[in-house]
Design a protein around this ligand. Structure first.
Ligand SMILES: [Zn+2]
Ligand SMILES: [Zn+2]
Length: 229
């Protein structure tokens, strides 16, 4: 019904309000903070002459790579907040499409997994934004999505005010994974990667459960350097 009404009503750009055919007008779509040159491993931004950041050289994470589409800053932040806290599934689908387009050159994994929400958050919000993004990518690439294969065994403390080291301790023992033996290359999908502590913990569990390669595909990457957090 909502889709039907949406089709009848004149549409305006979600960000600037000019009338347009899509969620964003061409100018706002073009001006999104697309991520440019980043660390080949963790996707933190880097100067052109470097390929891997000092942090990843010092201690390689458990995942092989993070692929991010946008920098987590305005207006990408507004879109993700609208999707997450105002339950705007139209925005989520738009962001999923954006990710799918940015990821066309990436090899297909055996399966797509998601960073899970705790059941209590899921009940409160009604959906897991990572699952909604993963559904779009799964449909477009015809790669299976195993949304039950990753789960939360306990609730983590809010991460926002924690340092990178505290985040690592905070996510330890939070997740469980249940992988099939033929899933050798898995991709973890999340909306935002901040320090990478959460996806690193999940990647380590996937490797212990038998996966041989774990990549992370996220919509937006926080762009401070990990050692600044
Ligand atoms: Zn616009
Ligand atoms: Zn790095």
């Amino acid at each position: 019904m909502r889709d039907f009404l949406h089709a009848l009503l004149p549409q305006t750009c979600f960000l600037c309000g000019t009338s347009c055919q899509h969620l964003l007008c061409p100018a706002c779509h073009h001006d999104l903070p697309y991520i440019q040159h980043t660390c080949a491993v963790c996707a933190c931004p880097l100067p052109q002459e470097l390929n891997i950041c000092a942090q990843c050289v010092k201690k390689a994470p458990h995942f092989s790579s993070v692929r991010a589409t946008l920098r987590y800053e305005y207006p990408a932040k507004s879109l993700i907040h609208a999707a997450k806290y105002r339950e705007n599934l139209g925005v989520l689908h738009y962001l999923g499409d954006l990710m799918a387009q940015a990821l066309v050159a990436e090899p297909d994994p055996d399966v797509l997994l998601v960073v899970p929400s705790h059941p209590r958050d899921l009940r409160r919000r009604g959906f897991n934004q990572a699952v909604e993004l993963a559904k779009v990518i799964s449909r477009q690439r015809a790669v299976g999505l195993a949304r039950e294969a990753t789960y939360c065994v306990r609730r983590k403390r809010k991460q926002a005010r924690l340092s990178a080291v505290e985040r690592q301790a905070n996510v330890r023992g939070v997740f469980g994974v249940n992988l099939q033996a033929n899933w050798r290359h898995v991709v973890l999908i999340d909306d935002v990667v901040t320090t990478g502590a959460t996806v690193n913990e999940l990647a380590s569990m996937c490797l212990r459960a038998g996966a041989q390669r774990v990549d992370v595909w996220c919509c937006a990457r926080q762009t401070f350097k990990p050692n600044e957090s």
